[in-house]
Design a protein around this ligand. Structure first.
Ligand code: TRP
Length: 451
């Protein structure tokens, strides 16, 4: 039994990924996802993109380019849950539940919002001029992204640390208000990769679209070569010794070279390799490492329907987690069915357990599910979703019949299996003791009456 670390991160879909994005975020994320202990959720934050961009064409192009970049870069969608935020309707729904507990004062302090206000004030404008509710609520949407999937680790840039902290704040408040001692949400932690390079751009400042100093990633070999030829170097002539440690061209080379290649390049620069030739070497290195991925990228871009299919599979995987969890959260805040409200008065513990009942219901997508509720209405189990109503019925009967079931503990929750099929899941518990007590209560509840 292993508890894998859930790693989740979103990529705002407003631009075309460049070499700096690749080395700084994409490549490390793909590598991290290959770890057997990692359960990675990576998604296109396209709802977030709408906050910054009102150009539909650009939004659409960027979503495709970013999806193709991650896939071409080697992301394995069988290991990773890769999806578009906007394909998960549970996200905006959770956003609202969280909006209702998020303190306005907390959001007033968000850096992005504050920066916009400061700019307005400086320009003598109304403080909130041009600021949308989207920008203001940005951290709540991001909290929903993170809390929906109970992520443990959230790899982000430094500018996003505050948002992850806000997700903790908001999640904690929800837990406190509605958890009844149960922690619905896992507290996420920002993960800042210290070792990952922030690549310098053509002019030596951080590579960034806003500085217009980027090296394109997958557009074409020619574009990459042209950009490399524009890297700013000092005026030392061929034959003169170069200083690798003060050359951002060398830093760029380093970010893609093996130790041996790096040492060789360093030695050559010290021996007076000309900058023109040095640029050539950098191009050869990058082209060698990225050429194949570039081809895959263009193949993917030319077959958008394949990507659509992959992303919809990812969305289904994500929703299989999100939908039952959101159902629990709705219950918790009081958005409950009017049916099965009455809780029978509890006489003895045993009797209470016996009074557990199954409630079946249908999802919007037509699939079937059931819950097992304790006498006091507390949810003991939520079934997986079944395409076939009969199947759901059969499993309910099997459980009622007292047929041996297998309980698999997964962290602070457990799942129930029949005939090697995952049938239902427990809620998340605050600690192992309450989880084990719930397993015991479940076994009692499902022991048939002997009268
Ligand atoms: N705000 C993040 C950024 O601009 C993108 C993002 C959206 C995100 N939702 C997220 C990152 C959830 C991590 C987790 O970089």
């Amino acid at each position: 039994m292993t508890t894998r670390t859930r790693i989740l991160t979103g990529i705002t879909t407003t631009g075309t990924p460049h070499l700096g994005n690749y080395a700084g975020a994409i490549r490390p994320a793909i590598l991290a996802s290959q770890d057997a202990n990692a359960d990675s959720f990576y998604f296109l934050a396209d709802y977030h993109a709408l906050i910054k961009c009102d150009d539909p064409q650009r939004i659409q192009r960027s979503r495709m380019e970013i999806a193709a970049t991650w896939l071409a870069g080697g992301l394995d969608v069988n290991r990773v849950t890769f999806y578009r935020q906007s394909d998960i309707p549970e996200i905006p729904e959770l956003t609202w539940l969280l909006t209702c507990v998020a303190a306005k004062g907390l959001l007033n302090r968000a850096h992005a919002y504050k920066a916009s206000v400061d700019k307005n004030v400086e320009a003598g404008e109304d403080p909130d001029a041009g600021i949308s509710m989207g920008l203001y609520s940005y951290p709540v949407l991001m909290a929903a992204d993170i809390l929906m999937f109970n992520a443990h680790k959230v790899p982000v840039g430094r500018d996003q640390i505050q948002h992850v902290e806000m997700a903790r704040d908001i999640g904690q408040r929800f837990n406190h208000l509605f958890g009844n001692g149960k922690e619905f949400f896992t507290m996420p932690e920002a993960l800042i990769e210290e070792s990952v390079a922030t690549l310098p751009g053509l002019d030596g400042r951080k590579m960034s679209k806003s500085y217009d100093n980027t090296i394109p990633l997958f557009t074409s070999a020619k574009d990459m070569k042209d950009a490399i030829s524009r890297i700013v170097t000092d005026s030392r002539a061929p034959g003169e010794a170069k200083d690798p440690d003060n050359s951002h061209l060398f830093t760029l080379y380093q970010a893609f070279a093996s130790k041996a290649q790096e040492e060789e390049f360093r030695a050559e620069l010290l021996q007076g390799l000309g900058w023109g030739e040095a640029k050539n070497r950098l191009f050869q290195l990058l082209d060698g490492q990225l050429g194949e991925a570039r081809e895959r990228y263009h193949q993917l871009m030319s077959r958008p329907s394949d990507m659509e299919d992959l992303l919809l599979v990812g969305a289904n995987k994500a929703r299989a987690v999100a939908a039952p969890f959101l159902a629990e959260l709705r219950e918790a805040v009081g958005l409950r069915s009017f049916v099965n409200q009455a809780a029978a008065p509890v006489a003895t513990k045993k009797k209470a357990a016996k009074a557990a009942r199954f409630v079946s219901f249908r999802e919007d997508d037509g699939s079937f599910r059931f819950r097992l509720l304790a006498a006091d209405g507390e949810q003991l189990l939520l079934s997986r979703s079944f395409v076939d109503g009969k199947m759901a019925g059969t499993f309910t009967k099997l459980l009622q019949s007292g047929k041996p079931m297998e309980v698999r503990v997964e962290g602070l929750s457990f799942s129930v299996w029949l005939n090697n099929t995952a049938v239902a899941d427990s809620p998340q518990f605050a600690d192992a003791a309450s989880r084990d007590a719930a397993i015991e209560a479940l076994r009692i509840a499902l022991t048939p009456l002997e009268d």
